[in-house]
Write a protein that binds this ligand. Structure first.
Ligand code: TYM
Length: 332
C-alpha cells in the first residue's frame, strides 16, 4: 500500500568489489532513512553492462552487493532491496525519458567523458544514455531524496532537469528529487593518488581499500598511503593525502577534523596511518562477519531479491501507467 512518507532511492553498481568510498560516501548513510522514509535501494546491474562484464562475475557481484546492503545495516523487512533488471519498468521508462533528454546535456556529463576516455574501444550508446537510466530509476519511485557521493551529484541534477522538463509538458507527473551529499566522506580519495577519487575499478590495489579486505590488508594499504614530505597532521589543500586520511578517520570515528588534529599533534605519519588503518579495520569487521553469513545463504538472498522486486514493481507500475496515460499511449 502507498504510504505518505517521503521516498529515498539510491543504487550501487555490482561492477567491482566495493570500496570504503562506496561505504562512507553512500551505503553507510542509507539506513539513516529507514525509519522515516519509504526506502528503495537497488543493485543496478543494467548500469554495470555499459562496460564489458564477465557474466559469472556480474552474477556473483549482484549477490554480493545485495548481501553487503544487508550487512551494512539495511533491514530487508523495512527497506525495499532489489535488483534493477528484475523490474523491467526501469528500462521502459528509460526509453521514454531518452526522448526528453538532450544530446548536449548528456555530452556534458563528466562521468561519460571519463569513461569514454577509459574505454575508448567501447563508447557505446548505453554509456552515453547511462544518466537517463539513472533518472528512470529515481523518477519511477517518485523519490524525494537520493543519498549519493559527490561524483553522482551531476547525474541527480540532470534527473531534476529531465523531471522539470517532463512536468512542464505533462504537469504533476514526477516528484523532483534532491541529491543528498553527506558533509563528510562524500568524496574519499585514492590512497596512492589523493587528487583522484577512490574508485572500485582502479587497477592499483594499494590505492583502494575494499569493504571486504581483511584486517592485515587494510592496515598495510593505509601504511603505504601517500602523504607528503612534511610531517604535520592537518587538513589543507596542499596536503591532499593527509587530508584524505583525516576525513576517513573522521567518518569512521565520528570525531571532528579539529579533534583529530589535536589528538595527533606532534606524532609522526607512521603512527597516524597505523591508527587510521586500525580504526577502519575495526569498522569493517562486523560488516564482514555478517556479510559472510549472508553470502552462505543464497536461498535467503534470492528470497530478498524476489520480495524486493515485487514491492518495487508495484510502485514502478503506478508511475509508468501515469506516464503512459499522459503521453497518449493506448492501454489495453
Ligand atoms: P557507483 O556504483 O559508482 O557508486 C555507488 C555509490 O558510492 C558513491 N561513491 C563514493 N562516495 C565517496 N567517495 C568515493 N570515492 C566514492 N566512490 C563511489 C557514489 O557516489 C554512489 O553514491 N550511477 C551510480 C549508481 C546508480 C544510482 C542510481 C545512484 C544508478 N542509478 C540512482 C543513485 C540513484 C553509480 O555508478 O554509483
Amino acid at each position: 500500500m502507498l504510504d505518505n512518507r517521503q521516498v529515498s532511492f539510491s543504487g550501487v553498481q555490482p561492477s567491482g568489489n566495493l570500496t570504503i568510498g562506496n561505504y562512507l560516501g553512500a551505503i553507510k548513510n542509507f539506513p539513516y532513512y529507514t525509519e522515516n522514509y519509504k526506502c528503495f535501494y537497488c543493485v543496478v546491474d543494467e548500469h554495470a553492462i555499459t562496460v564489458r562484464q564477465i557474466p559469472a562475475e556480474l552474477r556473483r557481484r549482484t549477490y554480493e552487493t545485495l548481501a553487503l546492503y544487508i550487512a551494512c545495516g539495511l533491514d530487508p523487512e523495512k527497506n525495499t532491496l532489489y535488483v534493477q533488471s528484475h523490474v523491467p519498468a526501469h528500462a521502459e521508462l528509460a526509453w521514454i525519458l531518452n526522448c526528453f533528454s538532450m544530446f548536449g546535456e548528456l555530452s556534458r556529463m563528466t562521468q561519460f567523458k571519463d569513461k569514454s576516455a577509459k574505454h575508448a574501444d567501447n563508447i557505446n550508446a548505453g554509456l552515453f544514455t547511462y544518466p537517463v537510466l539513472m533518472a528512470a530509476d529515481i523518477l519511477l519511485y517518485q523519490a524525494d531524496v537520493v543519498p549519493v557521493g559527490v561524483d553522482q551529484k551531476q547525474h541527480v541534477e540532470l534527473t531534476r532537469d529531465i523531471a522539470d522538463r517532463f512536468n512542464q509538458l505533462y504537469p504533476g507527473t514526477f516528484t523532483v528529487p534532491q541529491p543528498i551529499i553527506s558533509t563528510s566522506g562524500a568524496k574519499i580519495m585514492s590512497l596512492q593518488e589523493p587528487d583522484k577519487k577512490m574508485s572500485k575499478s582502479d587497477p592499483n590495489e594499494n590505492a583502494v581499500v575494499r569493504i571486504l579486505d581483511d584486517r592485515d590488508t587494510v592496515i598495510r594499504k593505509f601504511r603505504r598511503a601517500v602523504t607528503d614530505s612534511d610531517s604535520e597532521i592537518r587538513v589543507s589543500e596542499d596536503k591532499p593525502g593527509v587530508s584524505n586520511l583525516i576525513t576517513i578517520l573522521s567518518c569512521v570515528t565520528g570525531k571532528t577534523h579539529d579533534e583529530i588534529e589535536r589528538e595527533f599533534d606532534g606524532q609522526g605519519y607512521a603512527e597516524f596511518k597505523a591508527a587510521v588503518g586500525e580504526a577502519c579495520a575495526d569498522m569493517l569487521a562486523p560488516v564482514q562477519e555478517r556479510y559472510k553469513e549472508l553470502l552462505a545463504d543464497r536461498g535467503y538472498l534470492e528470497s530478498v531479491m524476489k520480495k524486493g522486486a515485487e514491492e518495487a514493481a508495484y510502485y514502478a507500475r503506478k508511475t509508468l501507467s501515469k506516464v503512459r496515460r499522459k503521453l497518449g499511449f493506448v492501454s489495453l
